[in-house]
Write a protein of this length. Structure first.
Length: 129
């Protein structure tokens, strides 16, 4: 009886862990060496302004204008995005999350991808949700 219970608990635990893994953000799966890449424009208002324009052009149709809303893609003003390492955001933008509907943006020049990262991480961070 106890052994059967332990077996059932182990199965339940592994199912729970698998479900949790399936819901981790793409940002958590960025390889360490890419996470550590610094944003060459960090804190530069001109780069954030350029990033805002690029975001409106390329991203807002899925993520909604102004990052607070959401259409097909999630809102991007989350605590997690604001506190993500810039290198992780750059990696997700570059590679996308293709199987979940986020296209890769490797075709944008690197400088433009960093400008978007600057825009996403500029301004006061919202509280944790
Ligand atoms: C065709 C729709 C679409 C477009 C266009 C798009 N995205 Fe996404 N994006 C998504 C979806 C869907 C997800 C959620 C993927 C997932 O579930 O992991 C996502 C996820 C993300 C994430 C990770 C969010 C998180 O919390 O894990 C970032 C960052 C992101 N997008 C940035 C951008 C940027 C910047 C652009 C423009 C260069 C862009 N996206 C354009 C659909 C899109």
């Amino acid at each position: 009886m106890t052994r059967r219970f332990a077996g059932a608990a182990a199965v339940l635990l592994s199912v729970t862990l698998a479900a949790a893994a399936a819901h981790t953000s793409a940002l958590d799966r960025v390889p360490a060496r890419f996470r550590l890449r610094p944003n060459p424009f960090q804190g530069t208002p001109e780069a954030a302004a350029a990033g805002a324009k690029l975001f409106a052009r390329h991203c807002a149709n899925c993520h909604a204008p102004g990052v607070t809303g959401r259409f097909r893609g999630p809102a991007l003003n989350s605590f997690q995005i604001r506190h993500a390492p810039p290198g992780a955001l750059f990696w997700v933008i570059t590679n996308g999350v293709v199987r979940r509907g986020m296209p890769p943006w490797a075709k944008l020049p690197e400088a433009q991808r960093w400008q978007i990262v600057t825009y996403l991480t500029a301004g006061p961070a919202p509280p944790p949700r």
